[in-house]
Write a protein that binds this ligand. Structure first.
Ligand code: SF4
Ligand code: SF4
Length: 92
């Protein structure tokens, strides 16, 4: 079973200058530079669509304010099993 994603990311291609710092710094390597050019004539960064942990490293290394937004996704609720002592299930 695939694990729940822990993070997501949005890149504003009009703010990105294609320096590639985020691509190099992303630990799980889930960023790349797009093949197509932006209106600035650079290859903007883009998310490959999976693997983001929400660590925020790309956000902190990006020199362009507003180019990267990182979302930390809420973890799934923990299931708590309460076992009450003294009684056992009947044996069939
Ligand atoms: S938040 Fe972390 S894992 Fe997600 S794209 Fe940025 S550097 Fe990579
Ligand atoms: S670090 Fe910022 S400006 Fe550089 S490629 Fe990544 S998003 Fe674009």
């Amino acid at each position: 079973m695939a694990s729940q994603p822990r993070g997501d990311i949005a890149i504003n291609a009009e703010e990105c200058k294609g320096c590639g710092l985020c691509v190099e710094s992303c630990p799980p390597k889930c960023l790349e530079l797009a093949q197509e050019l932006s209106s600035y004539g650079v290859h903007p960064a883009r998310y490959v669509g999976q693997g983001c942990t929400g660590c925020g490293i790309c956000f902190y290394c990006c020199p362009e304010p507003g180019a990267i937004t990182v979302y930390r996704l809420a973890p799934p609720p923990k299931v708590t099993v309460v076992v009450q002592g003294g009684e056992h299930a009947a044996t069939l």
